[in-house]
Design a protein around this ligand. Sequence first.
Ligand SMILES: Nc1ncnc2c1ncn2[C@@H]1O[C@H](COP(=O)(O)OP(=O)(O)O)[C@@H](O)[C@H]1O
Ligand SMILES: [Mg+2]
Length: 394
Amino acid sequence: MGTGHPQEDLNQVIRQHSEWLATQLHAQRESLFPPDAAKAMRTFSSGEAAALLGVNDSYLRKLHLDGKGPSPEVSPGNRRHYSAQDIQDLRQLLEKTARRPGDYIPGRRDGDRMQIIGVMNFKGGSGKTTTSAHLAQYLALAGYRVLAIDLDPQASLTALHGVQPEFDLEDGGTLYDAIRYEDPVPIAEVIRKTYIPNLDLIPGNLELMEFEHETPRALAQGHAGLFFFRVKEALNQVDSDYDVVVIDCPPQLGFLTMSALSAATGVLVTIHPEMLDVMSMSQFLRMTADLMDVIADSGADMSHDWMRYLLTRYEPTDAPQNRIVAFLRTMYGDKVLNATMLKSTAISDAGLTKQTLYEVERSAFTRSTYDRAIESLNAVNHEIAALIQGTWGR
Ligand SMILES: Nc1ncnc2c1ncn2[C@@H]1O[C@H](COP(=O)(O)OP(=O)(O)O)[C@@H](O)[C@H]1O
Ligand SMILES: [Mg+2]
Protein backbone atom coordinates (compact mmCIF):
# COMPACT_ATOMS: atom_id res chain seq x y z
CA MET A 1 0.00 0.00 0.00
CA GLY A 2 3.01 2.17 0.50
CA THR A 3 1.77 4.53 3.19
CA GLY A 4 5.38 4.79 4.17
CA HIS A 5 4.50 3.99 7.75
CA PRO A 6 7.19 1.66 9.10
CA GLN A 7 5.83 -1.66 10.27
CA GLU A 8 7.30 -3.62 13.13
CA ASP A 9 6.69 -7.19 14.11
CA LEU A 10 5.09 -7.26 17.52
CA ASN A 11 6.97 -10.35 18.54
CA GLN A 12 10.28 -8.65 17.77
CA VAL A 13 9.35 -5.55 19.73
CA ILE A 14 8.31 -7.60 22.72
CA ARG A 15 11.42 -9.76 22.54
CA GLN A 16 13.60 -6.66 22.39
CA HIS A 17 11.82 -5.10 25.36
CA SER A 18 12.16 -8.30 27.33
CA GLU A 19 15.89 -8.39 26.65
CA TRP A 20 16.40 -4.76 27.62
CA LEU A 21 14.45 -5.27 30.81
CA ALA A 22 16.32 -8.45 31.76
CA THR A 23 19.67 -6.78 31.15
CA GLN A 24 18.73 -3.71 33.15
CA LEU A 25 17.36 -5.73 36.04
CA HIS A 26 20.44 -7.90 36.07
CA ALA A 27 22.70 -4.84 36.09
CA GLN A 28 20.69 -3.32 38.88
CA ARG A 29 20.96 -6.46 40.95
CA GLU A 30 24.71 -6.73 40.30
CA SER A 31 25.17 -3.23 41.66
CA LEU A 32 22.94 -3.86 44.67
CA PHE A 33 24.33 -7.29 45.44
CA PRO A 34 27.78 -7.97 43.97
CA PRO A 35 27.80 -11.33 42.12
CA ASP A 36 29.66 -13.33 44.76
CA ALA A 37 27.87 -11.79 47.69
CA ALA A 38 25.39 -14.53 48.44
CA LYS A 39 22.62 -13.50 50.78
CA ALA A 40 23.40 -14.01 54.43
CA MET A 41 21.25 -14.04 57.53
CA ARG A 42 21.90 -11.25 60.01
CA THR A 43 22.95 -11.99 63.58
CA PHE A 44 20.54 -11.78 66.49
CA SER A 45 20.97 -9.79 69.68
CA SER A 46 21.09 -11.85 72.86
CA GLY A 47 17.58 -10.66 73.65
CA GLU A 48 16.28 -11.83 70.28
CA ALA A 49 18.09 -15.16 70.60
CA ALA A 50 16.64 -15.70 74.07
CA ALA A 51 13.15 -14.91 72.80
CA LEU A 52 13.53 -17.32 69.87
CA LEU A 53 14.68 -20.06 72.24
CA GLY A 54 12.15 -19.28 74.93
CA VAL A 55 14.73 -18.85 77.68
CA ASN A 56 15.95 -15.89 79.73
CA ASP A 57 18.80 -13.81 78.41
CA SER A 58 20.55 -14.24 81.75
CA TYR A 59 20.54 -17.99 81.19
CA LEU A 60 22.14 -17.56 77.75
CA ARG A 61 24.72 -15.28 79.36
CA LYS A 62 25.52 -17.90 81.97
CA LEU A 63 25.95 -20.58 79.30
CA HIS A 64 28.33 -18.25 77.49
CA LEU A 65 30.33 -17.48 80.62
CA ASP A 66 30.51 -21.19 81.46
CA GLY A 67 31.84 -21.86 77.97
CA LYS A 68 28.85 -24.05 77.10
CA GLY A 69 27.42 -24.14 73.61
CA PRO A 70 28.38 -21.92 70.69
CA SER A 71 30.48 -18.79 71.18
CA PRO A 72 28.52 -15.73 70.18
CA GLU A 73 30.23 -12.72 68.70
CA VAL A 74 30.92 -10.21 71.44
CA SER A 75 30.89 -6.54 70.50
CA PRO A 76 32.14 -3.54 72.52
CA GLY A 77 29.98 -3.02 75.58
CA ASN A 78 29.94 -6.81 75.98
CA ARG A 79 26.91 -7.29 73.78
CA ARG A 80 26.49 -10.83 72.50
CA HIS A 81 25.32 -11.53 68.95
CA TYR A 82 24.18 -14.98 67.88
CA SER A 83 24.10 -16.31 64.35
CA ALA A 84 21.11 -18.37 63.25
CA GLN A 85 23.44 -21.38 63.39
CA ASP A 86 24.44 -20.52 66.99
CA ILE A 87 20.76 -20.49 67.88
CA GLN A 88 20.28 -23.87 66.22
CA ASP A 89 23.30 -25.24 68.13
CA LEU A 90 21.83 -23.89 71.37
CA ARG A 91 18.58 -25.72 70.56
CA GLN A 92 20.49 -29.00 70.35
CA LEU A 93 22.25 -28.29 73.63
CA LEU A 94 19.13 -27.18 75.52
CA GLU A 95 17.05 -30.06 74.19
CA LYS A 96 19.41 -32.53 75.89
CA THR A 97 18.32 -31.31 79.31
CA ALA A 98 14.81 -30.14 78.40
CA ARG A 99 12.05 -30.77 80.91
CA ARG A 100 9.80 -32.06 78.16
CA PRO A 101 11.11 -33.48 74.90
CA GLY A 102 10.48 -31.08 72.04
CA ASP A 103 10.75 -27.91 74.12
CA TYR A 104 13.62 -26.72 71.95
CA ILE A 105 13.40 -28.98 68.89
CA PRO A 106 9.68 -28.90 68.16
CA GLY A 107 9.59 -31.02 64.98
CA ARG A 108 8.21 -34.46 64.22
CA ARG A 109 8.61 -37.47 66.44
CA ASP A 110 8.02 -41.12 65.59
CA GLY A 111 4.72 -41.55 63.83
CA ASP A 112 4.14 -37.84 63.15
CA ARG A 113 3.20 -37.06 59.57
CA MET A 114 5.19 -34.51 57.57
CA GLN A 115 3.12 -31.35 57.30
CA ILE A 116 2.59 -29.88 53.85
CA ILE A 117 1.05 -26.41 53.91
CA GLY A 118 -0.34 -24.95 50.70
CA VAL A 119 -0.65 -21.15 50.72
CA MET A 120 -3.22 -20.27 48.10
CA ASN A 121 -5.77 -17.91 46.58
CA PHE A 122 -6.00 -17.10 42.94
CA LYS A 123 -5.97 -13.40 43.57
CA GLY A 124 -2.49 -11.95 42.97
CA GLY A 125 -1.39 -9.57 45.68
CA SER A 126 -3.33 -11.32 48.43
CA GLY A 127 -0.09 -11.88 50.32
CA LYS A 128 0.67 -15.52 49.46
CA THR A 129 4.38 -15.03 48.93
CA THR A 130 4.82 -12.73 51.91
CA THR A 131 2.96 -15.22 54.09
CA SER A 132 4.88 -18.23 52.75
CA ALA A 133 8.27 -16.60 53.20
CA HIS A 134 7.64 -15.40 56.74
CA LEU A 135 6.07 -18.70 57.76
CA ALA A 136 8.92 -20.78 56.33
CA GLN A 137 11.59 -18.60 57.94
CA TYR A 138 9.79 -18.39 61.27
CA LEU A 139 9.45 -22.17 61.47
CA ALA A 140 13.10 -22.68 60.51
CA LEU A 141 14.25 -20.22 63.19
CA ALA A 142 11.95 -22.00 65.64
CA GLY A 143 13.87 -25.23 65.01
CA TYR A 144 11.62 -27.02 62.50
CA ARG A 145 13.23 -28.59 59.42
CA VAL A 146 11.54 -26.68 56.62
CA LEU A 147 11.33 -27.01 52.86
CA ALA A 148 9.90 -24.00 51.01
CA ILE A 149 8.65 -24.60 47.49
CA ASP A 150 8.05 -21.86 44.96
CA LEU A 151 5.32 -23.19 42.70
CA ASP A 152 4.57 -19.80 41.17
CA PRO A 153 6.16 -19.28 37.73
CA GLN A 154 6.55 -15.63 38.72
CA ALA A 155 9.03 -16.85 41.31
CA SER A 156 8.82 -14.07 43.92
CA LEU A 157 9.60 -16.47 46.77
CA THR A 158 12.69 -17.57 44.86
CA ALA A 159 13.94 -14.02 44.32
CA LEU A 160 13.26 -13.23 47.96
CA HIS A 161 15.69 -16.00 48.88
CA GLY A 162 18.49 -14.63 46.72
CA VAL A 163 18.08 -16.97 43.74
CA GLN A 164 17.55 -15.17 40.43
CA PRO A 165 14.88 -17.10 38.57
CA GLU A 166 16.01 -15.95 35.14
CA PHE A 167 19.78 -16.33 35.59
CA ASP A 168 20.45 -18.97 38.21
CA LEU A 169 18.09 -21.59 36.80
CA GLU A 170 19.08 -21.77 33.18
CA ASP A 171 19.49 -25.56 33.28
CA GLY A 172 16.29 -26.16 35.18
CA GLY A 173 16.20 -26.68 38.91
CA THR A 174 12.53 -26.06 39.69
CA LEU A 175 9.99 -28.55 40.97
CA TYR A 176 8.96 -29.05 37.36
CA ASP A 177 12.05 -31.25 36.86
CA ALA A 178 10.78 -33.63 39.53
CA ILE A 179 7.11 -33.75 38.47
CA ARG A 180 7.33 -33.72 34.67
CA TYR A 181 6.04 -36.72 32.76
CA GLU A 182 9.24 -37.48 30.88
CA ASP A 183 12.39 -38.38 32.82
CA PRO A 184 11.54 -36.75 36.14
CA VAL A 185 14.61 -36.31 38.34
CA PRO A 186 14.72 -37.22 42.04
CA ILE A 187 13.37 -34.28 44.01
CA ALA A 188 16.63 -34.09 45.98
CA GLU A 189 18.28 -32.76 42.82
CA VAL A 190 16.24 -29.56 42.87
CA ILE A 191 16.46 -28.85 46.59
CA ARG A 192 18.99 -26.25 47.66
CA LYS A 193 20.17 -25.04 51.03
CA THR A 194 19.50 -21.42 51.90
CA TYR A 195 21.44 -19.00 54.08
CA ILE A 196 19.12 -19.91 56.96
CA PRO A 197 19.86 -23.10 58.88
CA ASN A 198 16.95 -25.59 58.69
CA LEU A 199 15.49 -23.91 55.60
CA ASP A 200 15.81 -25.50 52.17
CA LEU A 201 14.29 -24.16 48.97
CA ILE A 202 12.99 -25.50 45.69
CA PRO A 203 13.04 -22.42 43.48
CA GLY A 204 10.60 -21.66 40.71
CA ASN A 205 10.62 -19.93 37.37
CA LEU A 206 8.64 -19.82 34.14
CA GLU A 207 9.53 -23.42 33.38
CA LEU A 208 6.85 -24.47 35.86
CA MET A 209 4.32 -23.42 33.22
CA GLU A 210 5.34 -26.49 31.25
CA PHE A 211 3.39 -28.58 33.73
CA GLU A 212 0.26 -26.61 32.88
CA HIS A 213 0.84 -27.29 29.17
CA GLU A 214 1.95 -30.90 29.40
CA THR A 215 -0.74 -32.18 31.72
CA PRO A 216 -3.63 -31.80 29.26
CA ARG A 217 -1.46 -33.48 26.63
CA ALA A 218 -0.59 -36.35 28.96
CA LEU A 219 -4.26 -36.69 29.92
CA ALA A 220 -5.29 -36.83 26.27
CA GLN A 221 -2.67 -39.48 25.57
CA GLY A 222 -3.75 -41.40 28.63
CA HIS A 223 -0.40 -41.45 30.42
CA ALA A 224 -0.93 -38.74 33.02
CA GLY A 225 -1.80 -41.27 35.69
CA LEU A 226 -2.97 -39.60 38.88
CA PHE A 227 -1.30 -36.37 37.78
CA PHE A 228 -2.50 -34.44 40.82
CA PHE A 229 -0.41 -36.68 43.05
CA ARG A 230 2.86 -35.94 41.31
CA VAL A 231 3.84 -33.26 43.86
CA LYS A 232 2.90 -35.49 46.77
CA GLU A 233 4.79 -38.45 45.31
CA ALA A 234 7.87 -36.31 44.73
CA LEU A 235 7.69 -35.08 48.34
CA ASN A 236 7.38 -38.64 49.62
CA GLN A 237 10.99 -39.15 48.55
CA VAL A 238 12.21 -36.67 51.18
CA ASP A 239 9.62 -37.40 53.83
CA SER A 240 12.21 -38.16 56.48
CA ASP A 241 14.15 -34.94 55.91
CA TYR A 242 11.54 -32.33 56.85
CA ASP A 243 8.98 -31.48 59.48
CA VAL A 244 7.10 -28.93 57.39
CA VAL A 245 6.84 -28.10 53.70
CA VAL A 246 5.47 -24.67 52.74
CA ILE A 247 4.20 -24.31 49.16
CA ASP A 248 3.71 -20.84 47.66
CA CYS A 249 1.06 -21.46 45.00
CA PRO A 250 0.54 -19.61 41.74
CA PRO A 251 -2.34 -17.13 41.49
CA GLN A 252 -4.52 -19.42 39.42
CA LEU A 253 -6.33 -22.69 39.79
CA GLY A 254 -4.28 -24.66 37.31
CA PHE A 255 -2.74 -28.11 37.50
CA LEU A 256 0.09 -26.87 39.72
CA THR A 257 -2.30 -25.53 42.34
CA MET A 258 -4.40 -28.68 42.10
CA SER A 259 -1.32 -30.79 42.70
CA ALA A 260 -0.34 -28.68 45.69
CA LEU A 261 -3.86 -28.97 47.05
CA SER A 262 -3.74 -32.74 46.67
CA ALA A 263 -0.41 -32.91 48.48
CA ALA A 264 -1.36 -30.52 51.27
CA THR A 265 -2.15 -31.58 54.82
CA GLY A 266 -2.98 -27.98 55.71
CA VAL A 267 -4.38 -25.22 53.53
CA LEU A 268 -3.98 -21.53 54.18
CA VAL A 269 -6.12 -19.19 52.08
CA THR A 270 -4.85 -15.62 52.21
CA ILE A 271 -7.48 -12.88 52.02
CA HIS A 272 -6.98 -9.19 51.70
CA PRO A 273 -10.19 -7.88 53.28
CA GLU A 274 -11.51 -5.73 50.47
CA MET A 275 -14.76 -6.17 48.60
CA LEU A 276 -13.28 -7.02 45.21
CA ASP A 277 -10.96 -9.59 46.74
CA VAL A 278 -13.72 -11.20 48.73
CA MET A 279 -15.95 -11.40 45.67
CA SER A 280 -13.28 -13.12 43.62
CA MET A 281 -12.66 -15.45 46.54
CA SER A 282 -16.17 -16.74 46.30
CA GLN A 283 -15.40 -17.94 42.78
CA PHE A 284 -12.08 -19.31 43.91
CA LEU A 285 -13.74 -21.40 46.60
CA ARG A 286 -16.42 -22.73 44.29
CA MET A 287 -13.96 -23.68 41.58
CA THR A 288 -11.68 -25.27 44.16
CA ALA A 289 -14.54 -27.34 45.52
CA ASP A 290 -15.48 -28.42 41.98
CA LEU A 291 -11.91 -29.45 41.27
CA MET A 292 -11.61 -31.33 44.51
CA ASP A 293 -14.80 -33.20 43.66
CA VAL A 294 -13.24 -34.29 40.38
CA ILE A 295 -10.11 -35.46 42.16
CA ALA A 296 -12.12 -37.21 44.87
CA ASP A 297 -14.17 -38.95 42.18
CA SER A 298 -11.02 -40.61 40.95
CA GLY A 299 -10.79 -42.24 44.36
CA ALA A 300 -8.21 -39.94 45.91
CA ASP A 301 -8.29 -39.10 49.60
CA MET A 302 -9.00 -35.37 49.79
CA SER A 303 -9.05 -35.09 53.56
CA HIS A 304 -6.95 -32.36 55.14
CA ASP A 305 -5.81 -31.85 58.70
CA TRP A 306 -6.86 -28.20 58.66
CA MET A 307 -7.85 -25.29 56.48
CA ARG A 308 -7.74 -21.66 57.61
CA TYR A 309 -8.24 -18.17 56.24
CA LEU A 310 -5.59 -15.59 56.98
CA LEU A 311 -6.41 -11.90 56.76
CA THR A 312 -3.54 -10.11 55.07
CA ARG A 313 -2.48 -6.48 54.62
CA TYR A 314 -5.12 -5.64 57.17
CA GLU A 315 -5.60 -2.05 58.29
CA PRO A 316 -7.53 -1.99 61.57
CA THR A 317 -8.27 1.72 61.18
CA ASP A 318 -10.07 1.19 57.86
CA ALA A 319 -13.81 0.96 58.47
CA PRO A 320 -14.78 -0.86 55.25
CA GLN A 321 -12.07 -3.46 55.89
CA ASN A 322 -13.35 -3.95 59.41
CA ARG A 323 -16.85 -4.60 58.13
CA ILE A 324 -15.49 -7.29 55.82
CA VAL A 325 -13.39 -8.81 58.57
CA ALA A 326 -16.41 -8.95 60.87
CA PHE A 327 -18.50 -10.47 58.09
CA LEU A 328 -15.88 -13.16 57.37
CA ARG A 329 -15.47 -13.99 61.05
CA THR A 330 -19.22 -14.32 61.50
CA MET A 331 -19.56 -16.51 58.42
CA TYR A 332 -16.51 -18.72 58.81
CA GLY A 333 -16.03 -18.64 62.58
CA ASP A 334 -12.83 -20.24 63.83
CA LYS A 335 -11.75 -21.10 60.31
CA VAL A 336 -10.42 -17.52 60.22
CA LEU A 337 -7.12 -17.24 62.10
CA ASN A 338 -7.35 -14.97 65.12
CA ALA A 339 -4.07 -13.31 64.31
CA THR A 340 -3.97 -11.10 61.24
CA MET A 341 -1.12 -9.93 59.09
CA LEU A 342 -1.22 -6.17 59.48
CA LYS A 343 -0.40 -3.92 56.62
CA SER A 344 2.97 -2.37 57.38
CA THR A 345 5.52 -0.33 55.48
CA ALA A 346 8.15 -2.37 57.33
CA ILE A 347 6.96 -5.48 55.46
CA SER A 348 6.70 -3.83 52.04
CA ASP A 349 9.98 -1.91 52.46
CA ALA A 350 11.81 -5.07 53.49
CA GLY A 351 10.34 -6.71 50.40
CA LEU A 352 11.84 -4.01 48.19
CA THR A 353 15.32 -5.12 49.23
CA LYS A 354 14.31 -8.78 48.89
CA GLN A 355 14.15 -9.42 52.59
CA THR A 356 11.62 -10.59 55.11
CA LEU A 357 11.07 -8.89 58.43
CA TYR A 358 13.07 -11.67 60.04
CA GLU A 359 16.06 -10.69 57.92
CA VAL A 360 16.12 -6.91 58.32
CA GLU A 361 17.61 -5.18 61.35
CA ARG A 362 15.16 -3.59 63.71
CA SER A 363 17.34 -0.46 63.64
CA ALA A 364 16.49 0.03 59.96
CA PHE A 365 12.96 1.08 60.94
CA THR A 366 11.10 3.25 63.36
CA ARG A 367 10.94 0.98 66.38
CA SER A 368 7.19 1.12 66.81
CA THR A 369 6.65 0.35 63.11
CA TYR A 370 8.95 -2.65 63.22
CA ASP A 371 7.61 -3.95 66.53
CA ARG A 372 4.01 -3.73 65.44
CA ALA A 373 4.73 -5.60 62.21
CA ILE A 374 6.86 -8.32 63.74
CA GLU A 375 4.36 -8.89 66.55
CA SER A 376 1.64 -9.38 63.98
CA LEU A 377 3.76 -11.81 61.93
CA ASN A 378 4.87 -13.74 64.99
CA ALA A 379 1.28 -14.07 66.18
CA VAL A 380 0.17 -15.43 62.80
CA ASN A 381 3.05 -17.87 62.59
CA HIS A 382 2.66 -18.93 66.21
CA GLU A 383 -0.98 -19.78 65.55
CA ILE A 384 -0.05 -21.85 62.51
CA ALA A 385 2.69 -23.62 64.49
CA ALA A 386 0.02 -24.52 67.05
CA LEU A 387 -2.10 -26.06 64.26
CA ILE A 388 0.92 -28.09 63.17
CA GLN A 389 1.54 -29.27 66.72
CA GLY A 390 -2.15 -30.07 66.96
CA THR A 391 -1.97 -32.46 64.03
CA TRP A 392 0.80 -34.25 65.90
CA GLY A 393 -1.46 -34.52 68.93
CA ARG A 394 0.36 -31.92 71.04
N1 LIG B 1 1.38 -7.14 55.49
C1 LIG B 1 1.82 -6.40 54.47
N2 LIG B 1 2.08 -5.08 54.63
C2 LIG B 1 2.52 -4.33 53.59
N3 LIG B 1 2.73 -4.80 52.37
C3 LIG B 1 2.49 -6.11 52.15
C4 LIG B 1 2.03 -6.98 53.17
N4 LIG B 1 1.89 -8.23 52.66
C5 LIG B 1 2.24 -8.14 51.37
N5 LIG B 1 2.61 -6.87 51.05
C6 LIG B 1 3.05 -6.38 49.75
O1 LIG B 1 1.99 -6.59 48.82
C7 LIG B 1 2.49 -7.06 47.59
C8 LIG B 1 1.83 -8.38 47.23
O2 LIG B 1 2.14 -9.34 48.21
P1 LIG B 1 2.55 -10.82 47.81
O3 LIG B 1 2.90 -11.54 49.07
O4 LIG B 1 3.60 -10.82 46.75
O5 LIG B 1 1.18 -11.37 47.22
P2 LIG B 1 0.90 -12.64 46.28
O6 LIG B 1 2.02 -13.59 46.45
O7 LIG B 1 -0.42 -13.18 46.77
O8 LIG B 1 0.79 -12.11 44.89
C9 LIG B 1 4.00 -7.14 47.74
O9 LIG B 1 4.57 -6.00 47.20
C10 LIG B 1 4.22 -7.18 49.24
O10 LIG B 1 5.44 -6.59 49.63
MG1 LIG C 1 3.24 -14.45 44.99
